[in-house]
Design a protein around this ligand. Sequence first.
Ligand code: GLU
Length: 550
Amino acid sequence: MKAEIINKIFPNPLPTIEEIEAKYPPRQLPEGAKVTRVGPSPTGLMHIGNLIAALIPERLAHQSNGVFFLRIEDTDQKRKVDGAVDLILSSLYGYGIQNDEGPVLNGPEKGNYGPYFQSARKEIYQAYVKDWLEKDLAYPCFCTEEENEKNHALQVAQNARPGYHGGWARCRNLSEETVLQNLNEGKKFVIRFKSPGHYNKKIVIQDVLRGKREFPENDLDIVILKGDGLPTYHFAHLIDDHLMGTTHVIRGEEWLSSLPLHIQLFQTMGWKPPKYGHIAHVQKMDENGNRRKFSKRLDPEAKLTYYSEKGYPKTALIEYLLNLANSNFEDWRRANPDKPYTDFELSLNKLNSSGALFDLVKLNSISKDVIGKMTAREIYDYALEWMKNYDVPFSEVMEKNKDYMIRIFNIEREGVKKVRKDIAVWSDVKNEVSYFFDDQFTLTTGEAYKLLSPLSVNEIMKIVNAFVENYDEADSKEIWFEKIKKIAEVNGFATDMKAYKAEPSNFKGSVADVAKVLRIFVTGKEQSPDLYAIMQVMGKDRVLKRLTIA
Ligand code: GLU
């Protein structure tokens, strides 16, 4: 009768276990090579957690000459969104995370351990489920959703542990006659695992990030095959990570509590389980100073689109995440300022597993360092690419003024001891450079006077006129500055800072105040990069025009 039952459940021919196993031979890899994967669900959203869940295994695989593959976990057909796989791929590729196997953008998937879409592996899962039914390791369950809800309410009322276990597992011991009858009546069913576990027994499992953990054994008869013929995450994980030869499962900590079940599933098959590492969720400090999980709903910066919209260089976010993952990244970066981050050896036992706090200030500072290492030309190219997506009019200005822009970006950059680090995101660029363009420079003389108060209009005019009279674009920086000092002296401003500090009332101000007058008229800002360099880049005509006070 059992054969009849199984034939009713799986009327179509399925491959045998032997046939399947033969298609997935053990991988031939060097000693110590890790095989890792990321298994996103195609839900149409990419958040920081997805990036971390890809970056860490990718690094572990590639730094050990192993294999990193992408598997699309699309067994929950209700959550599937069109275009989501392309979004996953373009996001990962954009952040420099390359998969050795699995789907690729605009082409057939690559690798010999596929298919890499779980929905395309239906027959494989079903073949194993069939095998489990034959071996009495699983059984069909006809409980309806309402019945399960009622059970749950009863469990709550009786203070019993929730779930489908022990005496609550009502379909576990159905007679073959009843099962067959139910099937013949066309009753809906799922397939459940017949768990051999005992809740009062303990098992100790080693998490590669968290060390030894003790859990009660799993005794839940979890669903392994759903009514739609697709497996649940647990079962798909078992089959896929076995067949695909995963050595390390690095995943979010929400799966930690499933670990006893997963180990039990592997034991049921007599397969060696992979090593598991559960990454902590990124946390955020809320308004009241309490830590909480990053929320896709509440925190705009939880979504990856936030970083593209702001214009963070991709490597800045990656370096920040490496820094969150391994606190020694920062020391390594300081000691190796010019190496690509891929040279950093991410270490499993230093991996932060206790919930790293997300810190935008730190990210900005890393981003400034990353941009600080770029050439003016690279900055131009990246900024232009960003503008083309987010500020088309300014991208046109940039393209029309390419050489000028590159010279602007080069101020205090190539060949200087201390590189300027004022740009953190590409969306800062326009604001940082707009004063170089006459049509964006809107400061009126009146506003300038206000910014320069308490200097009188007369004093300001004297300084400006003296500078204009003697300005020679060909002057070296030293001569240029000597001339400003001269103007200071003649007008009663201190050039000797010591003397000025000792007795400020003897002076109208210092040479810095004189330079400020020029800076305000030329840039409209109280602070700017090197004013001499700015004037050189602007060119004589523009400088003199700015200094012509009507
Ligand atoms: N699809 C699962 C998720 O998105 C993957 C978990 C895993 O890596 O095993 O959470």
